[in-house]
Design a protein around this ligand. Structure first.
Ligand SMILES: *Cc1c(COP(=O)(O)O)cnc(C)c1O
Length: 420
């Protein structure tokens, strides 16, 4: 897990004391360090690119903040999108359509039409989707998502590649669907898997998934005489969330899978779709302690961010490291649950954590909040979404204003007859 420097008892983030960032922008607030974001992108791109032609499709559902997307566009990243909204956002920030892929699931014909209108390449998720796509654009370039029968994930909700999954084309019909694509006049140029997010042995799961694709690529060539241009190994590159958890050896993984592709197939381009890996540890959430309570033998730190702001602990039982930013070098003296303002008992950010004695007014930093954090936030309990800040060169810039009460009401209307 990436940790941060200590400046006279305060956590330093992007060159400023976290408590000063919280003071200036209010809490809760998401804060991203631009250098870490760029570093993560470069690390994963370079690991693969030194072996073969590489396209990193940042899976933008992890974080669609436009300033972050701009930074990744500057880095030369491609993007993987799952909705017309994500495509539109990526185009708005300047991604050329040639660097955008669409990997939808349960795709409606109207969305498919909108996607094809933009010119973005579609990664096919089902036979029906492919038939409907061919009716709209009979010679589109496509890729096909295969379910390799290998799943991986930090919890059941995020496993996507196992047999019987709702995602992709089952392995046993994979070769046939390329035949059908050719019959329809389509131009299949890629093959794809995404097995899930996280999991206990991602190295093994990811390299096994690629070996399924290299075999299929050769079968497709044998049966249909078709040479694919790229193999897309999907995302799911693990990031450590706990203090002593080891980092995934991305260099080793890149070397193993590129070897397999270069030695076993005639494909010369690899695509990957890291979401979490690129953004996760670039961002912290700062939230203020507003209430300290003891109840039933438990110590609670009540903060101003709940599962409306960060849902992963509640939804997935995810671990996020927490620290009291303004007591960064103080000894831990007790165990605490960090809980939010949402009126449900499942509303917590951290459980049973050794922390220094908290006081109201302290600033709690929640680590690894770049991925699936702001993008999964909501206005539940009628709490407007919070601000986002970007750190660069020791300076903080606002990249998203907090929503207001007006925003909660904006799209609602009360029928005239109910108004006296
Ligand atoms: C979510 C998703 C990813 C990214 O997963 P991470 O675990 O964040 O790397 C990649 N590809 C597809 C198709 C996805 O849906």
């Amino acid at each position: 897990m990436r940790d941060f420097e200590n400046d006279r008892g305060s956590m330093l983030f992007g060159g400023l004391r976290a408590e000063d960032i919280a003071e200036r922008f209010g809490t809760p607030v998401y804060v991203t360090d631009e250098d870490i974001l760029r570093g993560n992108y470069r690390r994963i791109y370079n690991a693969f690119a030194k072996h073969m032609d590489t396209r990193v499709y940042y899976a933008c559902k992890a974080n669609t903040s436009m300033a972050l997307l701009r930074i990744l566009e500057q880095e030369g990243s491609y993007v993987d999108t799952v909705s017309i909204g994500e495509i539109a956002t990526c185009m708005k920030v300047g991604f050329p359509v040639s660097r955008i892929m669409y990997t939808g699931t349960s795709v409606s014909t109207s969305e498919l039409r909108d996607v094809l209108n933009t010119g973005v390449m579609v990664n096919i998720d089902s036979p029906s989707e492919m038939e409907r796509l061919a009716e709209i654009d009979g010679n589109a370039k496509i890729s096909v998502r295969i379910t390799p029968g290998i799943g991986a994930g930090h919890c059941d909700k995020v496993v996507t590649g196992s047999k019987g999954s709702k995602f992709g084309i089952p392995l046993d019909s994979a070769v046939d669907i390329y035949g059908r694509a050719l019959e329809l006049g389509l131009r299949p140029i890629g093959i794809h898997v995404h097995i899930g997010s996280g999991g206990s042995d991602p190295m093994n799961a990811l390299s096994n998934a690629v070996s399924v694709l290299t075999d299929l690529t050769n079968d497709i060539k044998d049966v249909h005489g078709l040479d694919l241009e790229f193999i897309n190994m999907g995302g799911g590159f693990e990031v450590p969330y706990k203090p002593n958890e080891p980092e995934m050896d991305i260099e080793e993984l890149a070397s193993v899978v590129t070897d397999m592709i270069l030695n076993d197939t005639s494909v010369r381009t690899i695509a990957l779709e890291p979401g979490r890996y690129v953004v996760c540890d670039s961002t912290i959430l700062l939230t203020r302690c507003v209430d300290v309570k003891r109840a039933g033998g438990k110590n609670y730190i009540g903060v101003d961010a709940g599962f409306n702001t960060l849902i992963r602990p509640t939804f997935y039982d995810s671990y996020h490291h927490v620290a009291i930013a303004n007591k960064f070098n103080k000894a831990c003296e007790g165990k605490y649950d960090v809980v939010g303002p949402i009126c449900e008992s499942g509303d917590y950010l951290a459980r049973d954590r050794a922390l220094p004695t908290p006081e109201e007014g302290d600033v709690v930093a929640v680590y690894n909040c770049g991925a699936y954090a702001f993008s999964m936030s909501s206005t539940y309990n009628s709490r407007p979404r919070c601000r986002e800040v970007l750190m660069h060169d020791g300076k903080a810039e606002l990249i998203r204003e907090a929503e207001t009460l007006e925003d909660l009401w904006r799209y609602q209307m009360i029928p005239e007859r109910l108004v006296e």
